[in-house]
Design a protein around this ligand. Structure first.
Ligand code: M6R
Length: 358
């Protein structure tokens, strides 16, 4: 049941210190240690394609970045565009299906295409024995525990961390020994994650920020690097449960069109991860100049915290996990905004937890 919580969504947001501890348990020590994928498991792979939908697609984008940042050819693709875009696949291609339920029809269809084309396949899922887990060569469990709310919350966080660890293992094999840069920093950050989230949850100002901006016309979310999929996810969550208009953009794209929509009635939530933050700040300032309130999601002593109209604080951490922390603040923001509007939250109109039609 929901216990002391009004909604499953809030319960699941608050479960994240535990679900993330489970996601990394036994998987980090001096290096990344995945029982499912011992050293050498990804030898011969020179291209990685992630296929997924919705929130899982955002997690896939997030995970793909750790690979490209390390010099491995990787892309996240929408599973429902996979057939139409027909990207090259051969026996040196690893296709990773990212699906919480393991039953999403679009994702299964992309996975089956990859199998037909002779790719090596892996499913990253929350459900043991799900269709996607059974049909792929191997699977990696995210161990988030059951998620009841239609809006994916804790599963996104567990996917993001599991995919970042998986990316680390792929990099070690694909680049023959050269692992991720600053691996110690990443591992220490992964270890601190449950405590960091605990602190963030206790100290979050998301409810107050949701109240302050409740009468806005539209809600924008910006980010760069791992902050970009987080911006997309922040907007998806917001529209899904509040029924208000929200959009996520790569920070640098604002000036290429969306800036025309920016007014004093469009709060701009900007995620800072520590990757090219000065550029992201300049992008947020372009919105501020047009009168938009800017809400910075960043550590307390970050330069953006001073110049922004409001601030949602995240603990200082490795840039590859900072976006995950920022996303938890955005989950809370969406939750509180939906609550103020008296929305059903756990069962948004027109949506299903598992989409089993193409
Ligand atoms: O079970 P899956 O991860 O394959 O589901 C994919 C999407 O339908 C899902 O992530 C959806 O976007 C979220 N429930 C939205 O919150």
């Amino acid at each position: 049941g929901k216990g002391e919580y009004d909604h499953f969504m809030l319960k699941e947001i608050y479960e994240q210190p535990t679900s993330l501890a489970q996601a990394v348990e036994g998987r980090i020590d001096d290096g990344i240690d995945l029982e499912e994928f011992p050293p050498g498991a990804f030898e011969g792979i020179d291209r990685v394609q992630f296929v997924a939908c919705g929130t899982s697609y955002h997690a896939a984008m997030y995970g793909a970045l750790s690979l490209t940042q390390a010099g491995v050819d990787a892309r996240a693709l929408l599973a429902n565009e996979y057939g139409a875009s027909s990207p090259p696949v051969d026996d040196r291609t690893l296709v990773v299906a990212v699906t919480q339920s393991g039953e999403t029809a679009d994702t299964l269809s992309a996975l089956r295409r990859a199998v037909r084309k002779g790719a090596r396949t892996v499913t990253v899922t929350n459900v043991v024995g799900s269709t996607a887990a059974r049909e792929a060569d191997d699977s990696l469990l995210i161990r988030a525990g059951p998620e009841i709310g239609v809006a994916a919350t804790k599963t996104f966080s567990s996917q993001a961390v599991a995919l970042t660890l998986l990316a680390g293992r792929i990099v070690e094999d694909a680049l023959a020994g050269d692992g991720l840069s600053d691996l110690d920093s990443l591992l220490a950050a992964a270890d601190r994650l449950p405590g960091d989230i605990e602190r963030l949850l206790t100290e979050s100002d998301a409810a107050e920020i949701a109240r302050r901006y409740r009468d806005s016309r539209s809600y924008f979310f910006l980010g760069r690097g791992q902050g970009y999929p987080v911006a997309l996810e922040g907007a998806l969550k917001f529209k899904e449960i509040t029924y208000e208009h929200a959009e996520g953009f790569a920070s640098g794209e604002l000036k290429h069109g969306p800036l025309a929509l920016v007014t004093e009635e469009t709060p701009v939530f900007t995620v800072f991860t520590g990757i090219e933050d000065d550029r992201t700040l300049a992008n947020a300032e372009e919105a501020a100049t047009r009168g938009a309130p800017v809400i910075a999601i960043c550590p307390a002593d970050h330069p953006a915290a001073d110049v922004a109209d409001a601030h949602l604080e995240i603990p200082e951490t490795d840039p590859r996990l900072a976006g995950l922390l920022a996303n938890v603040q955005l989950q809370l923001l969406s939750y509180h905004a939906a609550e103020l509007l008296d929305r059903p939250i756990d069962k948004p109109r027109n949506l299903a937890k598992s989409v089993t039609v193409e």
